[in-house]
Design a protein. Structure first.
Length: 252
């Protein structure tokens, strides 16, 4: 969406606050021995207390309030009482929601407790690349140039990017134009970021894989060549200078 007045900006600020503080609280609440179902219910309770409704449930009838993915699963993981968190797990939580007609989206990967499996460097790389990408975005910049930045910085660290999951526009619905903000350079993509528009920027930084493959449950994604993936996402407002990170409260 494009922000055209103060009430629209306030609406996006309110829903972005809700998803950001929920994501941060869920990350802090997660403990070894806890099921992803319990963690999801905690997140759903926080959203409800702020009057927000789960976007994946509203939009896709997703079987959970949030997406929680563990280890080799990195996106759209279904919360389950059978998935129990362990020390050193690589966990991704994606929180998106609706409030008063406005939608916002954010997510992030983190290591639970001690980094016994050496995932932290991948997490840090994903966060750094997201930060670098966001701060190059302003009105008029080509979307493909941001994809090139993400892909180039991943390759410099001997990593890859997932090519079939992307960032997207957001605001009046969960996914809006531009429907694809890729993590790689697509020279045929001539679209540009528009001043005053709202987008969700995501990094998908991988150790081995380049494509996300859906599991038999119809939701969960793993990499086509195995390995691990770290994802981080902010919803931002584009300006003609430094963008406004609407979900900054998630502390990514």
């Amino acid at each position: 969406m494009s922000i055209t007045n103060t009430s629209e900006l306030e609406g996006m600020q309110q829903i972005s606050h809700a998803v950001a503080v929920t994501l941060k609280a869920m990350r802090e609440y997660a403990k070894p021995g806890m099921s992803t179902k319990e963690l999801d219910e905690y997140g759903g309770k926080l959203l409800a207390e702020m009057g927000a409704k789960s976007a994946p449930f509203l939009t896709y009838n997703f079987p959970g309030y949030t997406c929680i993915s563990v280890n080799d699963a990195f996106a759209h993981g279904i919360p389950s009482e059978h998935v129990v968190l362990q020390e050193g797990d690589l966990i991704n939580i994606d929180v998106s929601a609706e409030l008063n007609g406005y939608w916002s989206d954010n997510g992030g990967s983190f290591v639970l407790g001690e980094d016994v499996h050496q995932h932290q460097s991948l997490v840090d790389l994903s966060k750094k690349i997201l930060y670098n990408a966001i701060h190059e975005i302003k009105g008029g910049v080509r979307i493909s140039e941001i994809g090139k930045l993400i892909e180039t910085q991943a390759k410099k660290a001997n990593c890859k990017v997932i090519q079939n999951l992307t960032g997207h526009g957001v605001g009046k619905s969960l996914h809006e134009d531009p429907h694809e903000i890729p993590n790689y350079y697509d020279r045929f993509n001539t679209k540009r970021f528009r001043k005053n528009s709202v987008v969700a920027i995501e990094t998908f930084i991988a150790t081995r894989s380049t494509l996300a493959v859906e599991l038999a449950d119809g939701w969960t994604f793993v990499g086509n060549k195995g390995g691990y993936v770290a994802q981080h996402e902010h919803t931002i407002l584009i300006t003609d200078g430094k963008p406004v990170i609407l979900t900054a409260e998630n502390a990514i």
